[in-house]
Design a binder for this molecule. Structure first.
Ligand code: ADP
Ligand code: MG
Length: 261
């Protein structure tokens, strides 16, 4: 396999077949740290499949994902988890453990049989501080609101001090205020050098939050670039089958969906 840029998270001609169907049909991209990349597209476009493949959790049928030029298939799970944290879509946290314990699980790629070291505890404290969950460190996760839970799950991912955070629909299910809080958190993490890759449904949020938007449609990249170049009326028509305009308001740009085609 050739053609990987040396730095960053990349996919080269990714093809994924599942259940006899072609789900990803030759996706190539190269993502940079310090940026928020939003992957958008209609239901079933292949967004979750793409992020799983880029995170090294799903082996592509052909093509390869690579981190800093090294194919992810060559990483041990532990090594991969140290560098790249994954936030799955609607993760289950059903067990009644404390927030601190759950965030501590983010240290798993580092811990041995002895359990958490002083350095591990420091990383857990730092992750809780970054995400603003320190105040409820001793609460049971089962008692948290959706917005609090979302931040705790991000804290768990950050506790491993990853270089990359790959999150599948992390804003779905949050009310508007908590969506904005989480978006601001992702923004600040990217500004501090983390590579942030998210799938999103809210196109206005994608427009305002992301440095780069990848529009996926039927397993292929339809547009890829700065948000206002990727999210054009023409792309929105072809990807989502809707008539939409991009408006500039006092609060920033927004995608105004006018109707179905
Ligand atoms: P998105 O996240 O954009 O909604 P997904 O990546 O979840 O899309 O799925 C893309 C398509 O692949 C969907 O049509 C889905 O039904 C199909 N798919 C996903 N996983 C499997 C599987 N294990 N077997 C067969 N089809 C699958
Ligand atoms: Mg999905």
């Amino acid at each position: 396999m050739s053609g990987f840029s040396t730095a960053g998270l990349s996919g080269a001609d990714l093809r994924v077949n599942l259940g006899g169907r072609r789900i990803l049909d030759g996706v190539s991209l190269s993502l940079s740290r310090g940026q928020v990349t939003a992957i958008v597209g209609p239901n079933g476009a292949g967004k979750s499949t793409l992020v799983s493949t880029l995170a090294g959790l799903l082996k592509p049928t052909s093509g390869a994902a690579a981190l800093d030029g090294r194919p992810l298939s060559g990483f041990s799970p532990r090594e991969r988890a140290r560098r790249l944290a994954v936030l799955p879509q609607t993760p289950e946290i059903a067990w009644p453990v404390t927030v601190r314990t759950l965030v501590g699980l983010g240290r798993t790629p580092f811990t041995g049989a002895r359990g958490l070291t002083t350095a591990d505890h420091a990383a857990v404290d730092q992750a809780m501080q970054t995400t603003g969950v320190t105040a409820f460190a001793d609460r049971l996760v089962t008692t948290l609101s959706g917005g609090e839970r979302a931040r705790v799950l991000i804290a768990r991912a950050l506790a491993g001090e990853p270089e990359w955070l790959v999150a599948d629909e992390p804003l779905t299910g949050l009310d508007p205020a908590h969506q904005l809080d989480a978006a601001a958190l992702f923004r600040s993490l990217a500004d501090r050098g983390l590579g942030v890759v998210l799938t999103l449904h809210d196109l206005t949020l994608a427009l305002r939050l992301a440095d780069r938007v990848v529009v996926l449609s039927q397993g292929a990249v339809l547009a890829d670039g700065p948000p206002d170049q990727a999210l054009t009326p023409d792309v929105l028509r072809r990807a989502f089958g809707v008539e939409a305009i991009i408006e500039t308001t006092a609060a920033g740009q927004m995608v105004d969906v006018r109707g179905r085609l």
